[in-house]
Write a protein that binds this ligand. Structure first.
Ligand code: NAD
Length: 451
């Protein structure tokens, strides 16, 4: 197994020179990253086309645009975020001043997945650089063109003692995790998240785990069905359902189910061409293994829409499976593909307790005009984040920290959150030497003593 100790040592040495902590250095690095992305947009689009058949529109919207926005937001606010903050002192520390000094961890390891292979590598990288860290980035081996391009762009523009891309699969990831780094930021599956946390535990390395799971989407009887259908179709089938926060399954009120499914069918036809196999616009499934797993679900329940696939193109039509139950195979794990199982309900408390009895979801979506129901769901179900009357869009706001809870993850980023996860808050009490309060000393008897 390859060893990465030398690389980490090199980065640690560079980090200890203190350059990465200088605000001007961080701003410079972020601006360089920003301009690199802008000047290589076409190369990125080509790589994502090869890896996932992503359309240029989707690549810009969900990979490049979102990262450029994140960097722009960070450049605007970094000056304020990086400053030491004065906070109040308590009565017990009378005469002192209290400060919080944001401090980088040092060498951060970022391990990223294949489904948004550019965004999910670069957004954490930008956060880590903003906070003043050195970074080792390990992209996914399942999207080799994007991984190679990331390696090329970074290695041609940054010294490896500051940012290094290490390409490879499980073996490389395991070797990196065997070394001691100062922070680990992992995005991927729940099962590998557990492997990462175990490896981190050996050195008590702090971690952020951005994981997945089954995210429910509830359509209540009073929802604006047409709009709900459009927003759910987009959230589910963008990237062929290979989105960590895609609605995994639908709960639709039985009174509106038929009408809603009809609207959903129209919305899917509107958004995606009739023949997705030849349009060249529909994202493919990342690998044969993932494709085979997905098509094994197609006989669950009853097919309401779709169900066709092309193995040579690793493409599956947007598919709706009706009459689904919790014991169906498709309901056992996160689907991560363009297959939407539908269950109907009459009792809201019943579906709330069904969701509560499972792992806490990464996202949850509720479509209803009724504020009492909105509040009830927010109050009673724990989940990472989500939307009322929309899907997926919560992750596009830099003001909303994005992350999971329980099995769907630990920690959150985006906006200031991306700076915060890679920052240790060092608390400092600056004590006065003008006087010394006697109360804390067991032997001191004579009140206030001036020095
Ligand atoms: P994955 O866990 O298989 O792989 C993620 C990364 O870990 C890759 O770089 C891979 O090389 C590495 N890896 C794989 N197995 C490993 C092992 N045994 N030891 C060490 N490293 C290993 O995940 P994936 O298939 O790339 O991505 C899909 C999963 O990621 C889904 O569950 C999805 O929900 C989740 N995800 C979460 C978010 C989020 O922000 N919460 C975003 C995207 C994807």
């Amino acid at each position: 197994m390859e060893k990465y100790g030398d690389l980490i040592e090199k980065q640690r040495k560079f980090y200890l020179q203190g350059k990465t902590k200088e605000l001007s250095f961080r701003l410079e690095a972020l601006k360089k990253l920003q301009s690199l992305i802008r000047t290589n947009e076409q190369e990125l689009m080509d790589a994502l086309k090869k890896d996932l058949n992503k359309s240029e529109f989707d690549t810009y919207l969900t990979e490049i645009g979102i990262v450029l926005e994140e960097i722009k937001f960070t450049l605007k606010h970094l000056h304020a975020w990086a400053k030491p903050r004065r906070v109040k002192s308590s009565l017990a520390t009378l005469g002192s001043k209290s400060y919080i000094y944001p401090e980088p961890y040092g060498v951060a390891l970022v391990i990223s997945p294949w489904n948004y292979p550019f965004q999910l590598a670069i957004a954490p990288l930008a956060g880590a650089l903003a906070a003043g860290n050195c970074v080792i980035l390990k992209p996914s081996e399942l999207t080799p063109n994007t991984s190679a391009l990331l390696d090329k762009l970074i290695s041609e523009n940054f010294p490896e003692e500051y940012i290094a891309v290490v390409e490879g699969g499980v073996g490389v990831s395991t070797a990196l995790l065997n070394e001691k780094v100062d922070y680990i930021f992992f995005t991927g599956s729940v099962s590998v998240g557990k492997v990462v946390m175990q490896a981190a535990a050996k050195n008590l390395t702090p971690v952020t785990l951005e994981l997945g799971g089954k995210s429910p989407c509830i359509v209540h009887e009073d929802a604006n069905l047409k709009l709900a259908a459009k927003r759910i179709a987009w959230g589910k089938f963008t990237n062929a359902g290979q989105t960590c926060v895609a609605p995994d399954y639908l709960y639709v009120h039985s009174r509106v189910k038929n009408e809603f499914l009809h609207e959903l069918k129209l919305a899917i036809h509107d958004l995606y061409s009739e023949n997705i196999f030849d349009s060249g616009q529909f994202t493919k499934i990342v690998s044969e293994r993932h494709f085979k797993r997905l098509i094994s679900f197609l006989n669950n329940g009853e097919q309401y829409l779709g169900g066709k696939y092309d193995e040579t193109k690793l493409t599956i039509e947007p598919t709706i499976l009706d009459m689904i139950h919790w014991n169906d195979e498709v309901m056992q794990d996160e689907i991560f593909g363009p297959i939407l199982p539908v269950m109907d309900y009459e009792s809201l408390p019943k579906i709330i307790s069904e969701i509560q009895s499972r792992h806490k979801p990464l996202a949850l979506y509720i479509f209803t005009e009724n504020e009492k129901i909105q509040k009830k769901i927010l109050n009673e179900i724990s989940f990472g984040g989500g939307c009322i009357n929309d899907t997926v869009y919560h992750l596009s706001s830099p003001y909303l920290p994005f992350g999971g809870v329980g099995e769907s993850g630990i920690g959150a980023y985006h906006g200031k959150g991306s700076f915060d996860v890679f920052t240790h808050e060092k608390s400092i009490l600056k004590q006065t030497t003008m006087f010394d309060l006697p109360f804390r000393y067991p032997t001191m008897k004579n009140g206030l003593k001036f020095i």
